[in-house]
Design a protein around this ligand. Structure first.
Ligand code: AMP
Length: 289
C-alpha cells in the first residue's frame, strides 16, 4: 500500500491505474479504524481493481465545542490496518492541502440533512458534502462506499450525487457491531468502563421496538416511548432523538411505511448514533438488519 499526502499524487496514481483499465473504488474515512471501516475497505477491494481510502479529520464538519481536537488520530496504526484490508492507496492530506486559504465554496444538500443529526449539528452535513465532493473530484472513483452506521450521511450523499450528476456509484456498506451489539465507532474509545458496559442498551431497545413495530403490536408512538424510557434508564444517557423513519428519512407513523429506527444518545461527553432496520434483519447484513 502506498501512502500519499497530496492531491497531485492521488491524481497521478489513479490516472495510471485507470489507464490500465482498473475500476477505482473510494472509502472516505476520518481514521481511528475499527472493523466497520475495514469491512468497507474489504468490500471495496472486492469490487474495485484499485482501492483508495482517504484518512482526513475534516474540520469543517465539526461544530464549536465538538471533538475535533480530541478525535482519535493514529496514522501508523491506521495505515497498517488499511494495508491489511486491501487498500492500495491511502490519501492522508493535511488540512492545508485540502483547504486553500480564503476558500468560499460549499456544497449543501438542503432537505435530508436538516433533521435528526442535522438539527443538533448545524453545518455538519454541509461540511460532509463539501469534503466528499472534493474527494470525489480528486479521486474520480467509479464507486464510493459509505457505511449504514451513518444512515443520514449515506442518504444525504446519495441525494447530492443524484442531484448534481456525479459520475459515481454510491455503495451502502453494512453496519458492523461489537459482539454485545454496540455499533462500532471511533468515538467508542471515549467511553469509560461503566458507560461502555451500558452503551449496548440502546441497540437492545431499538431491536425490541423494531420487532414490536414489524409485528404490528401496537402503535409506533407507543413502541418508541417504551424504547426511549428503556434506553435512558439502562444507559444513564440522554436521548437526543429516537425516530421511526421511512426509506426517505421522513417520519413514519404507520408500521407499513417504517423502514428504520434511528437514535442519537448523549452518554456523558460522548455522542453515539445507531439505527436498525424495520423489520429487523431485513437488510441481510447481520442480525440487526
Ligand atoms: P468515519 O471515519 O467515522 O467518518 O467513517 C468512515 C466510514 O465508515 C463512513 O462511511 C461510516 O459510515 C463508516 N462506518 C463507521 N462506523 C461503521 C460501522 N460500525 N459499520 C460500518 N461502517 C461504519
Amino acid at each position: 500500500m502506498e501512502l500519499v499526502r497530496t492531491k497531485d499524487e492521488v491524481r497521478r496514481a489513479v490516472a495510471s491505474r485507470r489507464a490500465g483499465g482498473k475500476i477505482i473504488g473510494l472509502v472516505p474515512t476520518m481514521g481511528g479504524f475499527h472493523e466497520g471501516h475495514l469491512t468497507l475497505m474489504r468490500l471495496c477491494a472486492g469490487r474495485a481493481g484499485f482501492t483508495v481510502a482517504s484518512l482526513f479529520v475534516n474540520p469543517i464538519q465539526f461544530g464549536p465545542g465538538e471533538d475535533l481536537e480530541s478525535y482519535p488520530r493514529d496514522e501508523q496504526r491506521d495505515s497498517e490496518l488499511a494495508a491489511g484490508a486491501g487498500v492500495d492507496l491511502l490519501f492522508a492530506p493535511s488540512v492545508e492541502e485540502m483547504y486553500a486559504p480564503g476558500r468560499s465554496t460549499f456544497v449543501e444538500e438542503t432537505e435530508l440533512g436538516r433533521g435528526l443529526c442535522g438539527a443538533s449539528r448545524p453545518g455538519h452535513f454541509r461540511g460532509v458534502t463539501t469534503v466528499v465532493t472534493k474527494l470525489l473530484n480528486i479521486v474520480q472513483p467509479d464507486l464510493a462506499i459509505f457505511g449504514r452506521k451513518d444512515l443520514q450521511q449515506l442518504m444525504v450523499i446519495r441525494r447530492m450525487v443524484r442531484d448534481l450528476d456525479f459520475p459515481v456509484e454510491i455503495v451502502e456498506g453494512p453496519l458492523v457491531r461489537e459482539p454485545d451489539g454496540l455499533a462500532m465507532s471511533s468515538r467508542n474509545v471515549y467511553l469509560d468502563g461503566p458507560r461502555r458496559a451500558a452503551a449496548p442498551g440502546m441497540y437492545a431497545a431499538l431491536m425490541r421496538a423494531a420487532a414490536q413495530i414489524a409485528g404490528g403490536q401496537g402503535q409506533i408512538s407507543v413502541a418508541l416511548a417504551a424504547a426511549r424510557e428503556e434506553i435512558e434508564r439502562k444507559t444513564g444517557g440522554r436521548l437526543e432523538y429516537l425516530q421511526a423513519l421511512d426509506n426517505e428519512l421522513a417520519a413514519a407513523d404507520e408500521a407499513a411505511g417504517c423502514a428504520y429506527l434511528a437514535a442519537a444518545l448523549q452518554l456523558g461527553a460522548t455522542r453515539l448514533i445507531d439505527n436498525v432496520r424495520v423489520p429487523p434483519g431485513s437488510s441481510g447484513d447481520g442480525p440487526d438488519g
